[in-house]
Design a protein around this ligand. Structure first.
Ligand code: AHR
Length: 363
């Protein structure tokens, strides 16, 4: 199950996360990158194209029919296996799950895998033994299919949050009920479009990848590379993982800037790595946003501040506030016995035009 939009959730998170509307109205255009005019390469149609926009709903909505059922109750006892607590995005997701469980009076057990796959597998096995009504899993990588299938075999419905697992190992709608996820390919394509706006279609790019084997790292790379194919002058000169963390983003960028001193742009799969990269660019005596254009994904508070300051050109939203929709989906599944096997969030884009006004509401 790799990136086919099945059902887009508009306003999915049930909260007014950001004050402004869709980014399609907020694009500064190639001529206004960071407030300065950028020369647009003639062979880069992407630089002159409109924002590719949010993910689109698809019509072929498959329903989860073969996963373990949930008996309808007023209050549920549920578990959440979080993969890490090492960045604001993860903390915001966990906080959203806790807040919604509290609001609904559900009993919620949370485990933290500390960014270790082996620990997350053990965490989930421990949760299966506790026999909750449902287990929500934010998988560290796509390699967690076997343990997800174990939960289903034990009669416990699993709901995947924010990342998926290998569908050859764990069948959607059977081994797990559904996955609530952003359209990571689309995020990568919007990042590519933003990079074309920032650079005019001519760039030597360092790519900082997320955790190896995770859905966002796989799909944000795919979407970005698909996007920049339209512009031969935009080249990724080196790609390396920085594990979605700020400190690794900084050290990896420091090293890569030494081996690639002609770098003119950085694409980071999340804001934390971009913020580390900004520090590394400064440490190399260069000016972020001027000498080196940077684009990333998430829309965290520090990311939006960096956009407002001109250090970061744009950040594509990846909304972590899953709590309301996660529990609403559980209740709907208990009520109707089926939900779509994939639910896509609709994210927006933050750039110079709307970053400042969204800082207060960001995570
Ligand atoms: O799966 C979503 C990604 O995971 C976020 O972009 C990142 O910050 C987090 O760790």
């Amino acid at each position: 199950m790799r990136r086919r939009s099945i059902a887009v959730i508009t306003g999915l998170l049930g909260v007014s996360l950001f004050a402004s509307g869709c980014s399609n109205d907020a694009s500064p255009g190639a001529s206004a990158a960071g407030g300065t005019a950028v020369k647009v390469a003639a062979d880069c149609p992407l630089a002159a194209a409109p924002d590719p926009g949010n993910s689109k709903p698809a019509t072929d909505v498959a329903a989860a029919t073969d996963a373990p059922k949930v008996t309808k109750k007023a209050k549920y006892s549920v578990a959440f296996s979080q993969n890490a607590s090492n960045n604001p995005w993860r903390l915001a997701e966990t906080a959203s799950m806790k807040a919604e469980a509290k609001k609904l009076g559900f009993q919620l057990t949370v485990t933290d895998a500390n960014n270790e796959q082996a620990k997350q597998i053990q965490d989930i096995k421990g949760l299966i033994a506790q026999k909750p009504d449902a287990i929500f899993v934010a998988p560290i990588t796509e390699q967690l299919g076997n343990v997800v299938s174990e939960a289903a075999a034990a009669g416990i419905p699993v709901f995947l949050l924010d990342r998926t697992v290998d569908s050859n190992v764990a069948k959607p709608g059977k081994s797990f009920v559904t996955v609530l996820v952003s359209d990571f390919v689309q995020q990568g394509q919007r990042a590519a479009w933003s990079m074309a706006q920032a650079t005019g279609g001519s760039a030597k790019i360092i790519e900082l990848e997320g955790t190896t084997g995770s859905s966002p790292a796989i799909d944000r790379k795919k979407g970005f590379h698909e996007g920049i194919k339209a512009c031969p002058g935009m080249q990724v000169v080196v790609s390396q993982t920085a594990d979605f963390t700020r400190s690794t983003g900084q050290t990896v960028t420091e090293t890569l800037l030494q081996s690639h001193p002609d770098t003119t742009a950085i694409y980071a799969h999340n804001d934390e790595m971009a913020l580390g990269a900004i520090a590394a660019v400064r440490a190399a005596g260069k000016v972020p946003g001027k000498d080196i254009k940077i684009v990333s994904i998430d829309g965290e508070k520090d990311g939006l501040k960096a956009v407002a300051a001109g250090d970061l050109f744009a950040t594509v939203e990846s909304n972590p506030r899953f709590g309301p929709k996660a529990f609403q989906t559980l209740q709907e599944y208990a009520e109707k016995g089926q939900v779509p096997v994939e639910l896509i969030l609709e994210d927006q884009l933050f750039n110079k035009a709307n970053a400042e006004s969204n800082i207060a509401a960001a995570f």
